[in-house]
Ligand binder design. Structure first.
Ligand code: ADE
Ligand code: ZN
Length: 338
């Protein structure tokens, strides 16, 4: 089996995917038309030309602009369903999706509209595409602690649909410590926690996410290699890093994909895996992330299988389901050797 075939056929979990970041230009234009929302772009080519980012903030400015076309429950359904079809084509068997409710509630879209459209599509995805899923609510870290607390209050009636809470948006200047009290409450309510840290921010933000927010996973985390003591802790405690190579390339965290440290993270024994982050903006869904990263870093068959295993190990699936997927990966590895 070629590496290309292995990447295509390997069952995968995707653990770092912003559903608003899967809004393809075609759907953006269609929803703008459907909802009478004015966009600063006339066509798909103009939109794609604008996706030339210099850093995280230059992307976020456009990403929040694009999300304004999402208004109705059906819009959130269509967005999520389109992502699930792409994920199915990449043999994603389980996905844990971020959503940013504050991006919508601040435009007077109700929390219920957002959650209902997303979860209706996730339920259809489970039945029709055989993809299981979890939902992770991300607080926008550029907004205040008070705003996060208010969002948590809005979320609690829909708590059955939400597995974990995370932290995203502009990282530098908004350390995890800003949300320590919010996350205490989140944990007291029985939810799991994750946080973006060490994407553009320093290793200290990863320490804070671990110690102050008590996260189960770090989203990105690629700057951990600057701090050997931190790497030792992440390895010892098997804290997963949800790495997004094409995102890091497009947002200039690395200059070239060949410079990405994913292979070093694996060689350091860390539980890293490959994810797409905002695939409509960064040039590829999870399969494309695997393909380009394998080629750029010359990843081996074992590296690819390790990434696949790590994706399920790091998921919030029950242990029995994790074991079943790890068994499938063992079979794939054994079949590939014979
Ligand atoms: N929101 C969507 N994508 C993000 C990223 N890569 N980092 C921080 N916030 C985000
Ligand atoms: Zn992200």
């Amino acid at each position: 089996m070629t590496l290309e075939t292995l990447i295509q056929q390997m069952p995968k979990a995707e653990l770092h995917l912003h559903i608003e970041g899967s809004l393809e230009p075609e759907l953006m234009l269609a929803l703008a038309e459907r909802n009478g929302v004015a966009l600063p772009f006339a066509n798909v080519e103009e939109i794609r030309r604008a996706y030339d980012f210099s850093d995280l903030q230059s992307f976020l400015d456009i990403y929040y602009e694009g999300a304004k076309v999402l208004r109705e429950e059906q819009d959130f359904y269509d967005l999520t369903w389109a992502y699930l079809e792409r994920a199915a084509a990449d043999r994603v068997r389980h996905t844990e999706i971020f959503f940013d409710p504050q991006t919508h509630t601040e435009r007077d879209i109700s929390f219920e509209t957002v959650v209902s459209g997303i979860t209706r599509a996730l339920n259809d995805g489970e039945r029709q595409l055989n993809i299981s899923s979890r939902l992770i609510l991300c607080f926008l870290r550029h907004l205040s602690e008070a705003d996060a607390f208010a969002t948590l209050e809005q979320a609690l009636p829909f708590g059955d649909h939400i597995t974990a809470f995370g932290l995203d948006s502009s990282e530098v200047g908004h350390p995890p410590s800003k949300f320590q009290r919010v996350f205490e409450r989140v944990r007291a309510e029985g939810f799991l926690t994750v946080a973006h840290a060490g994407e553009e921010g320093p290793p200290e933000y990863i320490w804070e996410a671990l110690d102050l927010l008590q996260v189960q996973r770090i989203d990105h985390g690629v700057r951990c290699l600057e701090d050997p003591e931190l790497v030792a802790r992440l390895a010892r405690e098997r804290i997963p890093l949800t790495v997004c190579p094409l995102s890091n390339l497009k947002l200039c965290v690395v200059d070239r994909l060949q410079d990405h440290n994913l292979k070093q993270l694996l060689d350091a024994g860390l539980c890293a895996m490959v994810n797409s982050d905002d695939p409509a903006y960064f040039g590829g869904y999870v399969g494309e992330n695997y393909r380009q990263t394998q080629a750029a870093l010359d990843l081996s068959r074992d590296d690819i299988l390790t990434l696949g295993r790590n994706s399920f190990e790091a998921s919030f699936l029950p242990e029995t389901e994790k074991a079943a997927y790890l068994g499938q990966l063992d079979e794939l590895a054994a079949g590939d050797r014979s």
